[in-house]
Structures are given as C-alpha cells and as structure tokens.
Ligand binder design. Structure first.
Ligand code: FES
Length: 72
C-alpha cells in the first residue's frame, strides 16, 4: 500500500529501506525517501508504519540470536 501518495512511497519501500539500514527513524525516512515532505498528510501513518516495521524486526532479531545449538 502507498503510505505517501505525493511521493509514491509504499510500505514495502519503507521496509526495504529499514532492512538495508538506510532508514532507522522518521527523520531518515523523510530525508531518504521524502515521505511527508509535500502535503504532510501521511506523517502519522508513516510514523506508525515505520514503528511497526522496526518492532517486527526487533522481535524477529530477538529470536535469531536466541537459539542455542545442542551439543552432539
Ligand atoms: S501524502 Fe505524503 S507528503 Fe503528501
């Protein structure tokens, strides 16, 4: 879905930018993808989407390092 209509930025693009380490907060979202830099109506939605993506990633990462290999 499009998060920022003015700049045609989708949630998938935001996720990719977060996964690539390009975006880590709202400020970098606006500077890197121009989200919210035109009419500004997408700001609250963009913040919510970014927050959800970061929370999902931290939840996923908590499991990545959480498993201990059993000795053979
Ligand atoms: S919808 Fe994002 S700046 Fe207008």
């Amino acid at each position: 879905m499009f998060v920022c209509i003015c700049n045609q930025v989708s949630d998938k693009q935001i996720r990719s930018a977060v996964d690539e380490g390009i975006v880590s907060n709202y400020k970098s979202l606006t500077s890197e993808l121009n989200v919210g830099t035109c009419c500004g109506k997408c700001k609250s939605c963009a913040k919510k989407v970014l927050s959800e993506i970061i929370q999902e990633d931290s939840y996923t990462n908590s499991f990545r390092g959480g498993f201990v290999a059993c000795p053979a």
